[in-house]
Write a protein that binds this ligand. Structure first.
Ligand SMILES: [Mg+2]
Ligand SMILES: [Zn+2]
Length: 343
């Protein structure tokens, strides 16, 4: 085994931070060059321990927002957040997708809450993280079942969206679940937000997401936590695999969802449609002036008019099934005329 000097053994988080700092410094240098007054005033783009990473000045705790999920103790200044958000994913025909964990992408319970009838599941857990769906995590005293179709969903959605995990669980749990969902780190690298990172208690907010609100779609089974961002939200039907999870919400669940006709397969069709309307149905309209919240609202309005798109809680119904083979172009016709009247 080769013994690397300790200083060379950078964790991926350090590498990410390094890249971020380089991007930040590069941006500030550009700002200075473009400053007509020639005043080299530092804008304090980021700080650690209340000290600007660029000029070393000691900063007010109040300035900026903490981005602990990128690196512990990192705070970004408000101007820098705006600059990073302006990174135009839209030109690459990509939006942002913020995904809740529990009851949205998976179902976890504590081992002690397994019913007697479920005890056998302990012996059925998968060792292969890349392909498995049922996991016994002894060190966390939990069992986790991934929602059917989730791997395909993430793979397909990643072609249209830059994706975040955003959970009310703690950071250790969030990172462990991210490993199960994304063992190669292809989808969420550096974008796993937990309750430890939020700016408000008992509430989720896009404050800590580095994407402009007009381009963010949220998928969550809990509507109440997104008080400020309901227009960005698709509320998904809750996923329950374990009996105690079901009972907690007053249900009696009988069977697991299926891989092909489950809820996530339906949601994939909906987000595909949203992506399609956003980028391919607007004629010559500039991408920058489009707003995904308008698309979502228009799609909701279509539901009220008895359209095929099931929306307020996305789940397969006979209506939706009937529309599953129709093209996004057909389904989006009414929405298109509502949204892009200018064309
Ligand atoms: Mg949830
Ligand atoms: Zn500074």
């Amino acid at each position: 085994m080769i013994n690397l000097p300790h200083c060379l053994m950078l964790s991926w988080r350090s590498v990410l931070l390094l890249i971020m700092i380089i991007l930040i410094v590069k941006g500030v240098k550009t700002d200075k060059l473009e400053d007509p007054g020639g005043l080299n005033i530092c804008k304090h783009p980021a700080s650690f321990g209340q000290m600007c990473i660029l000029c070393g000045e000691s900063l007010d705790e109040e300035s900026g927002v903490t981005f602990g999920y990128i690196h512990k103790g990192l705070r970004l200044g408000n101007d820098e957040i705006v600059r990073l958000r302006s990174k135009n994913l839209l030109q690459n025909k990509k939006l942002y997708l913020v995904l809740d964990l529990d009851h949205t992408l998976l179902n976890s319970i504590e081992l002690m809450h397994l019913t007697t009838e479920e005890e056998y599941l302990k012996g059925q857990s998968d060792d292969d993280i890349s392909n498995g769906s049922l996991f016994k995590l002894d060190f966390m005293h939990r069992m986790t079942k991934l929602r059917p179709f989730v791997r395909t969903f993430l793979e397909e959605a990643s072609k249209m969206f830059e994706m975040y995990i955003y959970t009310m669980g703690d950071s250790a749990y969030a990172l462990e679940m991210a490993k199960l969902l994304d063992p190669e780190g292809n989808y969420f690298s550096g974008r796993v937000i937990s309750r430890d990172d939020g700016t408000r208690r008992h509430e989720k907010s896009l404050d800590v997401v580095l994407g402009q609100e007009s381009a963010v779609v949220i998928l969550d089974d809990t509507q109440d936590v997104w008080k400020k961002h309901k227009d960005n939200l698709i509320v998904i039907k809750r996923y329950h695999f374990f009996a105690s999870s079901c009972r907690q919400f007053g249900h009696n669940c009988k069977s697991d969802e299926t891989e092909v006709d489950g809820v996530l397969a339906s949601v994939l069709r909906v987000v595909r449609r949203i992506h399609h309307i956003m980028f391919f149905d607007g004629g010559n309209l500039d991408f920058g002036s489009r707003d995904v919240r308008q698309v979502l609202n228009a799609v909701r309005k279509e539901v009220l008019h008895g359209c095929k798109i099931v929306f307020s809680r996305v789940f397969p119904t006979s209506k939706f099934q009937a529309g599953r083979d129709s093209s996004p172009v057909e389904d989006g016709r009414a929405i298109r005329s509502y949204l892009f009247k200018r064309n």
